[in-house]
Write a protein that binds this ligand. Structure first.
Ligand code: GDP
Ligand code: IMO
Ligand code: MG
Length: 423
């Protein structure tokens, strides 16, 4: 396998974790390059289920080295806890996980500011995961963030943390929030820092040395294209670039070394949090997709909004990411649907467009233009090769690929490893 970037083509939760786990059967190194513990990547191994938030999904395969790259925002308390939980389940994490010394850290004041901003927005809130992701990226860009390198120097770390916490305590009290207990928080951080310090490395060197040695690197995207801070349904987005280009800036490997981009898309669409979602179903069909697909957030447990496959959004996303191939997941969830709909265009104030508009007002007003296809009304979760798929399922998939202008290379028909095949 070549150096590969894997990204979500929709609004997140496409099944990236599962596909990463399948691909890491062959990858030597797995790198997370953006986002933070707003991500929730579910991997089922046998009867055990793992939900990964900061640790790359490659950790579940013994051969792969796992890297949290500089583009990730890392909550040290959350990472410490995630490692402990994985180790509690028998996964050897510490010998294989490395944390970029340049990764930004997320603290309690970021989480509180996240909550404060959301409350101030009232009914216009973003519906964030309240993990402090936006405020942490804001600190990075404002050049006042604290990076993982600080974990190696407790005295410097403490001084910087106390200075920032003091600043935020003033802001929080102006916003009517309870002040942080800085001493108690520092106590928790110092203990976590002690355990995390051995993981802190110059991961740029590691990634480039691995690449030069001919080892194959898999970049694990979090969130999805339409949550990208530049290209997504702004302002209802996350605070990082979720698209393929970010693998280079957030992972430390140059664009000239990336050989393959895989986009992951569900056979329908979901979204968590607020913001426009043109193909959303607010009726019984939407409820049925949520029930059959167990569409509840892996991080916050919130019910996911469900809707039809949006070929306008997916084609644009495939183009933007340079994804020549797509892994389609959760086809099995559609097994009982009588008539399927695919959005092929948007009608905005009576004008039909095939492209995703930039303006949130236009996306909000977009009325999907649908084409219908008959469902297959039989189970697909036991299918293991293309020729065993029901004819109507095959036609549906071929139509998705045609409309998205992206060939399907992998198909997933259940949460388990073995419920995946090359298409
Ligand atoms: P991620 O954030 O993109 O990694 O996706 P999530 O883990 O948040 O959500 C995907 C959910 O769908 C998880 O619960 C997976 O176990 C599950 N899943 C993945 N692929 C399939 C599939 O093909 N069929 C079904 N039924 N479930 C799947
Ligand atoms: P994975 O990696 C789905 C959404 C939130 C909210 C918006 C901003 O599991 O696909 P944030 O906390 O990032 O500031 O929230 O982005 N969001 C996700 N939605 N999957 C995710 O990650 C998400 N991470 C953030 O619901 O709408
Ligand atoms: Mg998820």
């Amino acid at each position: 396998m070549a150096n590969t970037v894997l990204v979500g083509l929709q609004w997140g939760d496409e099944g990236k974790g599962k596909i990463i786990d399948v691909l890491t059967e062959r990858a030597d190194v797995v790198v997370r390059f953006q986002g933070g513990n707003n991500a929730g990547h579910t991997v089922k191994v046998g009867e055990q289920q793992f939900v990964l938030h900061l640790v790359p999904s490659g950790i579940l395969r013994e051969r792969s080295l796992c890297i949290i790259g500089n583009g990730v925002v890392v909550d040290p308390l959350a990472l410490d806890q995630e490692i402990a939980e994985l180790e509690g389940k028998g996964i050897d994490v510490r010998s294989r996980l490395h944390l970029s010394s340049r990764a930004q850290l997320v603290f309690c004041y970021h989480r509180q500011m996240d909550g404060l901003f959301e409350r101030k927005l009232g009914e216009n809130k973003i519906g964030t995961t309240k993990r402090g992701i936006g405020p942490a990226y804001a600190d990075k860009v404002n050049r006042v963030g604290i990076r993982a390198a600080a974990l190696l120097h407790p005295a410097r770390f403490e001084a910087r943390f106390r200075a920032q916490a003091g600043f935020y305590n003033r802001l929080l009290s102006e916003g009517g929030e309870a002040p942080l207990d800085v001493d108690a928080e520092w106590g928790r951080l110092a203990a976590a820092a002690d355990r995390l310090a051995p993981l802190v490395k110059d991961t740029v060197l590691m990634v480039n040395q691995a690449s030069r040695a001919g080892r194959e690197i898999l970049f694990e995207g979090a969130q999805g294209t339409w949550l990208d801070v530049d290209y997504g349904t702004y302002p209802f987005v996350t605070s990082s670039n979720t698209t393929a280009g970010a693998a280079c800036t957030g992972g430390g490997l140059a664009p000239s070394r990336i050989e393959r981009v895989i986009g992951v898309a569900k056979a329908y669409t979901t979204r968590v949090g607020s913001g426009p979602f043109p193909t959303e179903l607010t009726d019984d069909t939407g409820d049925e997709l949520r029930r059959v697909g167990s569409e509840f957030g892996a991080t916050t447990g919130r019910p996911r909004r469900c809707g039809w496959f949006d070929a306008v959004a997916t084609r644009y996303a495939a183009m933007l990411n340079g994804a020549d191939e797509m892994a389609v997941t959760k086809l099995d969830v559609l097994d009982d649907v009588r008539t399927l709909r695919i959005c092929t265009a948007y009608s905005i104030d009576g004008v039909v467009t095939h492209e995703m508009p930039a303006d949130i007002e236009d996306i909000t007003r977009a009325v999907p233009v649908y084409e219908e296809m008959p469902g297959w009304r039989q189970p697909t979760s036991g299918v293991r090769c293309r020729r065993d798929l029901p004819a109507a399922a095959l036609r549906y998939l071929e139509r998705l690929a045609e409309l998205a202008q992206c060939r399907i290379s992998l198909l997933s028909i259940g949460p388990k490893r073995e419920q995946t095949f090359t298409f």
